[in-house]
Design a protein around this ligand. Structure first.
Ligand code: FCB
Length: 453
């Protein structure tokens, strides 16, 4: 079921604090293209996309939005929308071409120029260090399952934060460790395409450890740094009110949400989940959990959809299953639309973890865009998704949750991982044949909202 109501414009920028951060998010592999330029080496996504069957439309990020060349035009769009911040990620294979090699100045120069371009346009740069494009040479040595990758990440963090830290103050170590670990190594739908639970949990642990060990490095290199991590978190509901389903939801929550939040906030991995993991549990060195629990300046929350969970004794190890709840409003991806889920999730995070400051580091939707005869894209559903989630965020703030900023996913349509170019999430339409950009109705709404005084 798709509800197509038009949402009234009764939300004002002044409903939010004057210093509220308003941005858009992107990531390197999804927009840059230029995979062989400036000394960049292969990433796990180049390799994964080259294997037939992995990407739905057989595409890759080789061209993407050609942002590597067109970034000035794209930052102009950000400025035109009235953003005061822009979240982007650094392509690790542009910075180091091997283990122990010297840093690639051409790669660092590219990001340095782009950061200058942001500042010239009034966009505060927010760097994500890892948004899934691991260098392939590291995967060949075991990738994130190999503890040595943690050291390589710390060296990468050091190089980037030294170079950009005079201008970049907001740092996100990792984007969505759950996806890195589980999509990449358990269900195999993302690079590197492995399917092993033990590997996924070890990857997860090393990703979190690399986060913990990088935070002090960033702080040492960057005066006044604000450092956090962006997690994909989900509001959960039980399929029925039965105790079995409620218990199943708790177990699912254990791996989906608590597995990340608990260690980051000093509680270690949840004991109930560790027990269910059995032999698949990760190898943990004595000082690891303390390192992971390094205090953060903020928590980044990526919120897209809630999940409904059912008891399923056959589905090991969690004995639970996510079901498609009937009659829900959904995006074209099938993701349930639930602004209330966002409010509830934010309240829950505040109540259970007291993260201090929260930023919504991603939120957005995909629908099948239609280009009108006059070239306009009137994406009413995406616009409504945006408005309703801003309302939900305002509700959470009204309930005392300290949300200080919002980043829409995404500035541009882009390479949507395993879906290729079949899923458009942009506030700006990209014609991937001509590379022409057209701000959609949703983007025009965001612009009017941000420029309304
Ligand atoms: C998030 C990812 C982002 C994009 C959106 C739709 O999980 O962080 O790169 O794919 O989903």
């Amino acid at each position: 079921m798709t509800i197509q109501t038009d949402t009234p414009f009764n939300l004002k920028r002044r409903d939010f604090a004057n210093d509220f951060v308003w941005g858009c998010s992107t990531s390197a592999y999804q927009i840059e293209g230029a995979i062989a330029e400036g000394g960049r080496v292969e990433s796990i996504w180049d390799k994964f996309a080259a294997q037939p069957g992995n990407i739905r439309d057989g595409s890759s990020g080789a061209q993407a939005c050609d942002h590597y060349r067109r970034w000035p035009e794209d930052l102009d769009i950000g400025k035109e929308l009235g953003l005061n911040a822009y979240r982007f990620s650094i392509s690790w294979p542009r910075i180091f071409s091997g283990v122990g090699t010297s840093q690639n100045e051409a790669g660092l120069d590219f990001y340095s120029r782009m950061v200058d371009g942001m500042l010239e346009r009034g966009l505060d740069p927010w760097v994500t260090l890892y948004h899934w494009d691991l260098p392939q040479y590291l995967q060949e040595q075991g990738g994130w399952a190999n503890r040595a990758t943690v050291d390589a990440f710390v060296a990468f963090t050091d190089a980037v934060s030294r170079r950009l830290g005079d201008r970049v103050k907001n740092w996100i170590t990792h984007n969505e460790p759950w996806c890195t670990a589980m999509h990449g190594n358990l269900d195999g739908v993302h690079a590197p395409g492995l399917k092993d639970f033990g590997t996924a949990l070890q990857v997860c642990h090393h990703v979190l450890l690399s986060h913990g060990l990088s935070v002090p490095v960033i702080r040492a290199n960057v005066p006044d740094a604000k450092v956090g991590i962006a997690l994909s978190l989900h509001h959960l509901r039980p399929a029925t009110e039965s105790q079995d389903d409620i218990d199943a939801m708790f177990r699912h929550d254990g791996l989906r949400n608590r597995w990340f939040l608990d260690p980051l906030y000093g509680r270690g991995y949840p004991a109930d989940v560790l027990q269910l993991c059995g032999d698949a549990a990760p190898v943990i060195h004595p000082a690891d959990m303390d390192a992971i629990a390094v205090p953060l300046d903020f928590l980044g929350v990526n919120y897209y959809f809630p999940e409904v969970v059912k008891n399923d004794p056959d589905n090991l190890p969690l004995r639970s299953r996510v079901i498609a709840f009937p009659d829900c409003e959904r995006t074209a991806f099938g993701w349930e639309v639930s602004p209330e889920g966002m409010t509830a999730l934010l309240q829950r995070i505040q109540r259970d973890y007291h993260p201090g400051i929260i930023y919504i580091t991603e939120n957005g939707s995909t629908y099948d865009d239609v280009v009108n005869e006059d070239g306009a894209i009137d994406d009413v559903q995406r616009k409504n998704y945006l408005i309703r989630h801003l309302h939900a965020m305002r509700d959470a703030i009204g309930h005392g949750v300290n949300v200080k900023g919002y980043f829409a996913w995404s500035l541009l349509d882009n390479f949507e991982w395993a879906e290729g170019y079949l899923r458009r999430f942009g506030l700006t339409y990209v014609n991937f044949q001509t590379q022409k950009r057209t701000v959609k109705l949703s983007g025009r709404w965001y612009r009017d909202f941000l420029n309304h005084r």
